[in-house]
Design a protein around this ligand. Structure first.
Ligand code: SAH
Length: 238
């Protein structure tokens, strides 16, 4: 199992032209083991086969480094679930200061446990994004907010951008069929003090799956009226 994961990660990162620290393959192997074990008890992720976790979770997360090179930035993963992409990024780029945020207590508990096992220092928060981004020590303090598979981009912008400092980036992981979704979200970006910077399409190595990172630059402060309550964010997207 462990060898299989290592092999896929080794080939995949070569194809992506991304170098990993030596320790990261063992850490990803241990992450897989614990994820597979805990997934039997409660719903952590729909994907549990080792090949699939290695490609669709680990390599997909690592591929983000092609869009944005991370070193020592302060990063928040909004709606991180079982840790994708955030915890994988922390394993392969240990210099980042990572906050993992999710509204589901069981997922955050899993993340506290696995980060303890892997001895990685991360900040785990069990809260709703639209509530916690109103706290002074979380608002507009992050260099980067990343998010995968959480919400439509108009909604996601309101969940993520309040965390990002002016000059920082929001990075949304989307499918390549998101042109219209992105276009529809441009007014939301403007209202929240940001603008579309670039779109980075990539293929997950050893699959035919194409994914996309949407980079949104924060250019001015988000007005205090945002984020609104979740019902409003969802029912009346910007
Ligand atoms: N990013 C992970 C998980 C995606 S599932 C991955 O790609 O595998 C979506 C996650 O977002 C769930 O774990 C859910 O609890 C969380 N979520 C949804 N809305 C949220 C909100 N408003 N604040 C915080 N977390 C939220």
């Amino acid at each position: 199992m462990f060898e299989l994961i290592s092999q896929i990660i080794g080939h995949g990162t070569k194809e992506l032209n991304i170098t990993l620290p030596l320790s990261s393959e063992a850490a990803l192997g241990a992450y897989y083991d614990y994820l597979a074990q805990r997934s039997k008890l409660f719903n952590l992720t729909a994907i549990t086969e080792p090949e699939d976790v290695a490609r669709l979770h680990f390599l997909d997360s690592i591929a983000l480094l092609g869009a944005i090179s991370l070193e020592n930035e302060r990063v928040i993963d909004v709606g991180c679930g079982a840790g994708f992409p955030g915890l994988v990024l922390k394993i392969v780029r240990p210099g980042i200061d990572l906050t993992l945020l999710d509204a589901t207590g069981k997922k955050i508990k899993f993340l506290s446990e696995i980060s303890e096992i892997l001895q990685v220092d991360v900040n785990c928060i069990h809260a709703r994004a639209e509530e916690v981004s109103r706290e002074r020590d979380k608002r507009e303090v992050f260099d980067v907010a990343v998010s995968r598979a959480v919400a439509e981009l108009r909604v996601l912008s309101e969940l993520c951008l309040p965390f990002v400092k002016v000059g920082g980036l929001m990075v949304a992981m989307k499918s390549v069929n998101s042109d219209e979704e992105i276009k529809n979200a441009e007014p939301a970006m403007t209202t929240l003090g940001a603008k579309l910077e670039s779109i980075y399409d990539y293929k997950i190595p050893e699959t035919d799956i194409a994914h996309r990172a949407v980079l949104i630059r924060k250019t001015s402060k988000t007005p205090d009226t945002y984020p609104r309550r979740f019902a409003r964010i969802q029912n009346f997207p910007l």
